[in-house]
Design a protein around this ligand. Structure first.
Ligand code: ATP
Ligand code: MG
Length: 718
């Protein structure tokens, strides 16, 4: 390299190098997955520092996650040494905005010691406000208001700027929002969304302060630019000096946070806002083999709303992307776990393998299978399935039905959902129980006939006791998984989740999956024992005797920017992926966002991508027939290999024929509608599933498969 002469430049291709060395003026690097955008950004940072163009604290560097920020800091340290320590403005939008806010808190009515509220606190506060305004909090829940306020903040709307079209509780939106903001100020607190919003207020109202930052940040670098929302965009604009030494890197095909208010339009706006901006395209992909890249490019080509780009790779090695159809979700888990073991035997480390799912409920089957085989795994970006709050809540109900002595279970759910049994009452019950040496439930049975508790609490408790008794009686002659459905329904737990517009649906999906998991066990007792075993076996997974690390399980959203040699992409079924909800809520736009998510998924793989789908799923005790995802159809046949492993369909004579037909099916790539495919599918559907609950798919005389259930309702899943 010229000026700095750093070695760090030597490995770059000419376009990458241009993106690194064009330090002055606005630069937009718009390029596909794996083309080295993040690497360019890191190298550019090193370059600016190494050539003395700026000192570390004069750089503003924004990444999408804290993990990405940490990794970037490590890479820079590796490139330029201890100088990297001075990078105090490297972080996520939120972390940098929080530092700025601390320095000017008084300008928005806060002290620099302000606290950042978590969602629990936030909702409690909103509940008080809603109650004070006599609003029915069952209909207009604190949680949904919290979600709405967050949405407003992401768009940069303070209460006074809220458009009239935005509302909550019939005309009370703006008043509630304003009241909430002033309550926060009184408490010297802010929520997550405020971090940026307050920054916007400060920077736009105080020209001198804005000018100070613009002078300080001589260079601005932004990764994953396609997912910035309006507030983040405005914030960047306010901090960018007229010299405009700003470099944003992104990929419109990887924009996957539309639901968080991210705007691909920001990319297009860049050129307008920064006239003379240099747009650099990177076309060589360094991450993946040509088959993986070909499959991903072919898939994303079905999106109409894109800027369009070319991608190529020199890596002509590697296997085609494998697409496998299996009988059901459990078979899919077995298949993937087996392949993980095989890959490990061939010398691959567990940490180089990832399972990327569309929705968290899908994790359950894989986790259980891996635990059973003692394969170490980690769930990135969330709890493990059986540790999720909603699953623990459901278990607590079941445990209490199973055994009245389970005080821990009692304590967990006696007031979840809220029944008006406050903390003080619960503590009192537990204390009395301890004094008398009995279980909490026994104490409750006594207390509801005494006058030690308030009448209201007593009424609530008697209802609770009556419900529990009824459910226990039901458990005597009803399948245990069906009891679980009843309990979740009648306890109000399901309704509580339905009222939650933000995470409710995900939690309901997880609860459905819980019911599926229960169906493999004869009794409630056997199931609960299994769960405690799984949780316990898990515990040993932390140690890593052979240094192979752990298999990474995460959602597709969480995998953004990452890469793995071997990637499993399960559940490519209509309704699951694309998620039916996305399509229902956002139509074609939703579908295109799902397709971008599929593109993100496939492009995480370096050597090997394996897609799978199940022909059947258990939904509330009923088998529903699943259709392969339309994304499977859209994969270009040149880069894909369809496989079926007889073992996963049951070894019956007819299968051999079906299998060979399937493998040979000439028009596979053109879609799964080829006769061979239909045949194979019909055969798979005809195999007898292991579970006695199975309902068979209906097969017409000509071998065509007619779904027993509307595929859309199998989609009740997503
Ligand atoms: P994504 O869109 O998924 O975030 P990206 O464009 O940010 O991808 P990087 O993660 O920066 O891509 O790079 C992908 C892989 O290619 C990394 O392993 C990186 O080290 C490697 N790579 C990038 N540029 C080069 C290069 N010039 N020579 C060798 N390897 C490279
Ligand atoms: Mg990247």
């Amino acid at each position: 390299g010229g000026e700095g002469g750093g070695d760090y430049l030597s490995g770059l291709n000419p376009e990458q190098r241009m993106a690194v060395e064009t330090t002055e003026g606005p630069v937009l690097v718009l390029a596909g997955a794996g083309t080295g955008k993040t690497r360019v950004l890191t190298t550019r940072l090193a370059h600016i520092l190494a050539t003395g163009k700026a000192r570390p604290w004069e750089l503003l560097v924004v990444t999408f996650t804290n993990k990405a920020a940490r990794e970037m800091r490590e890479r820079i340290t590796h490139l330029i040494g201890p100088l990297a320590e001075g990078l105090r403005w490297l972080g996520t939008f939120h972390s940098v905005a929080a530092s700025i806010l601390r320095r000017h808190a008084e300008l928005v009515g806060l002290k620099s010691s302000f606290t950042i509220l978590d969602t629990d606190d936030q909702e409690r506060l909103l509940k008080q406000l809603l109650e004070a305004a006599n609003i029915d909090t069952k209909r207009w829940t604190p949680k949904s208001l919290a979600g709405l306020i967050d949405h407003w903040k992401n768009r940069g709307w303070t209460p006074d700027k809220l458009p009239p079209s935005e509302d909550f509780a019939n005309g009370k939106g703006q008043t509630l929002y304003a009241a909430y903001q002033s309550r926060l100020a009184t408490l010297n607190a802010c929520d997550f969304g405020d971090l940026l919003l307050h920054n916007l207020t400060i920077l736009s109202k105080h020209a001198d302060i804005a000018e100070e930052y613009r002078a300080r940040f001589r260079y601005i670098l932004v990764d994953e630019y396609q997912d910035t929302n309006v507030a983040q965009y405005l914030w960047l604009r306010l901090l960018t000096a007229s010299t405009g030494n700003v470099c944003c890197v992104g990929d419109d095909d990887q924009s996957i946070y539309g639901w968080r208010g991210a705007e691909v339009d920001n990319i297009l706006r860049f050129e307008r806002d920064f006239p003379g901006a240099r747009i650099i395209k990177l076309e060589r992909n360094y991450r993946s083999t040509s088959h993986i890249l070909g499959a991903a490019s072919g898939l994303i080509a079905s999106n109409r709303d894109r800027l369009g780009k070319t991608l190529w790779t020199q890596d002509q090695s590697g296997e085609k992307v494998r697409v496998r159809g299996v009988w059901d979700g459990e078979a899919e888990a077995r298949l993937i776990a087996d392949e993980i073991e095989t890959a490990r035997k061939q010398g691959m480390n567990y940490k180089d393998m990832a399972i990327l799912v569309r929705a968290s409920f899908q994790m359950r089957a894989f986790e259980e299978r891996l635990v059973m085989l003692a394969v170490p795994y980690v769930v990135i970006g969330g709890p493990r399935f059986f540790e999720r709050a909603e699953i623990r809540d459901a278990h607590a109900y079941l445990r209490l039905i199973q055994s009245e002595d389970d005080d821990l279970a009692f304590e967990r759910i006696v007031n979840v959902p809220k029944r008006g049994i406050g903390d003080t009452s619960v503590q009192k019950i537990l204390q009395i129980a301890r004094q008398n040496g009995v279980s909490a439930m026994t104490a409750v049975r006594d207390l509801i006939t005494s006058d030690e508790l308030q009448a209201r609490t007593r009424t609530a408790l008697s209802t609770f006791v009556r419900d529990l008794d009824r459910w226990r009686a039901l458990a005597g002659d009803t399948p245990h998984w069906s009891v679980t459905e009843t309990v979740l329904e009648e306890s109000g737990y399901t309704d509580m989740q339905k009222a939650d517009r933000v995470t409710g649906q995900t939690r309901l999906d997880n609860l459905k999956e819980l019911v599926v998991a229960m169906q493999s066990f004869e009794t409630l007792g056997a199931y609960l024992e299994h769960v405690s075993l799984v949780m316990d076996l898990d515990r040993g997974a932390g140690d890593d005797p052979d240094g192979a690390g752990a298999v990474q399980i995460m959602t597709l959203h969480g995998a953004k920017g990452l890469e793995f040699p071997l990637v499993f992409l399960p559940g490519w079924e209509e309704g699951v992926f694309p998620s039916q909800r996305s399509i229902d809520e956002k139509g074609e736009k939703g579908l295109e966002e799902e397709r971008r998510l599929a593109y993100v998924g496939v492009t995480r793989a370096k050597q090997d991508a394996r897609i799978s789908f199940a022909a059947n799923r258990l939904v509330y005790g009923r088998w529903t027939t699943q259709l392969p995802s339309r994304f499977v159809d859209e994969l270009p046949m040149d880069h894909v290999e369809a496989q079926s492993d007889t073992g996963y369909y049951g070894a019956t004579p007819g299968m051999k024929d079906a299998k060979s037909r399937w493998d040979d099916a000439p028009s596979f790539g053109a879609g799964y509608s080829s006769p061979g495919w239909q045949r194979a599918k019909a055969f798979t559907a005809r195999q007898t599933p292991r579970s006695a609950h199975a309902r068979h798919a209906v097969i017409e005389g000509d071998g065509r498969l007619i779904a027993t259930a509307d595929p859309k309702s199998g989609a009740g899943w997503a």
